[in-house]
Ligand binder design. Structure first.
Ligand SMILES: Nc1ncnc2c1ncn2[C@@H]1O[C@H](COP(=O)(O)OP(=O)(O)OP(=O)(O)O)[C@@H](O)[C@H]1O
Ligand SMILES: [Mg+2]
Length: 261
């Protein structure tokens, strides 16, 4: 049977399945950029703070009255500031790169730490304390930009579920055999009622309204998270208690380059 066709962006006739695939990719990219958009202003503020630290300590180091020890301390602060700024820029670039589907050897603990680096200020602003328990290294062959997108979606959901502030716990570990990586994101937010819990991974299942900038509330975040995790042969599950909080647990098989070859 001849496959169904449709016109693409350039007016060319292409199979409908191809158009479908293209639209899914666009949705995925849209969600990634929306996630980055949600934290962009806090990241810019943080970057500015780091620049101020660098500037002030550079001035201190240049003071003619500063003794060698004071100059050294000031220059160490400059180096720390530059490292932090580079980390912010790299994490941001990593998140926006379009080569989302490239497999790369990645340390899961470091990947989670990068996402936290980006979200730190945004969470602080909403009076959310972060508790980390990141085992490292947990090297595995994954699509890092897509996994970062999953974590960002989960962190933003957790943030939105704690309008009065709270605690976000992020844990990354491997099972004792080193075959499965586990990422756990727990919040102390509003929780999810049992009747909704079974549907939250379905597309368009949202209880939120778009914010003042028209962002969020598409209900696509978790369905994309599930697609991404399943593309890694993994599983994502949720447990929640209304009024107490929610825990998302992701398990993905750990692939070393040797196994994957
Ligand atoms: N950590 C959480 N705490 C409480 N409810 C949650 C949490 N995460 C998800 N939910 C519920 O699951 C629904 C679906 O989440 P999902 O991320 O797919 O969409 P959304 O956040 O509503 O929209 P978008 O992600 O496009 O901004 C949310 O509307 C919310 O009701
Ligand atoms: Mg969401």
């Amino acid at each position: 049977m001849e496959s169904l066709k449709t016109k693409n962006q350039d007016g060319k006739m292409i199979p409908l399945v191809e158009e479908n695939r293209w639209l899914r990719e666009q949705l995925m990219l849209q969600n990634r950029l929306a996630g980055v958009g949600a934290i962009a202003s806090s990241v810019a503020h943080e970057f500015n703070n780091v620049l101020m630290v660098i500037l002030n300590h550079s001035k201190l180091a240049l003071k003619p009255t500063a003794n060698p020890e004071q100059k050294n301390i000031a220059l160490e602060k400059v180096v720390q500031g530059c490292t932090k700024a580079a980390g912010l820029v790299n994490s941001m670039l990593g998140m926006t790169r379009n080569s989302g589907r490239q497999m790369q050897m990645t340390d899961l603990g470091q990947l989670a730490a990068q996402v936290v680096t980006l979200c730190e200020k945004e969470l602080q602003k909403h009076r959310i304390r972060v508790e980390l328990s990141l085992a490292s290294p947990i090297p595995t062959l994954v699509m890092p930009a897509l996994l970062e997108q999953v974590l960002l979606n989960l962190v933003i959901n957790a943030r939105q579920a704690m309008p009065q502030g709270g605690i976000l716990r992020l844990g990354v570990r491997a099972n004792p055999e080193g075959t499965i990586g586990e990422i756990r994101i727990a919040d102390t937010g509003i929780g999810i009622s049992p009747d909704k819990l079974g549907h939250i991974f379905e597309p368009f299942a949202s209880t939120k309204k778009p914010d003042e900038d028209g962002r969020g509330g598409s209900g696509l975040g978790l369905s994309l998270c599930r697609q991404i995790i399943e593309a890694h042969q993994g599983r994502i599950r949720v447990e929640s208690t209304l009024g107490k909080g929610t825990v998302f647990t992701i398990k993905i098989p750990l692939n070393t380059a040797k196994q994957a070859a």
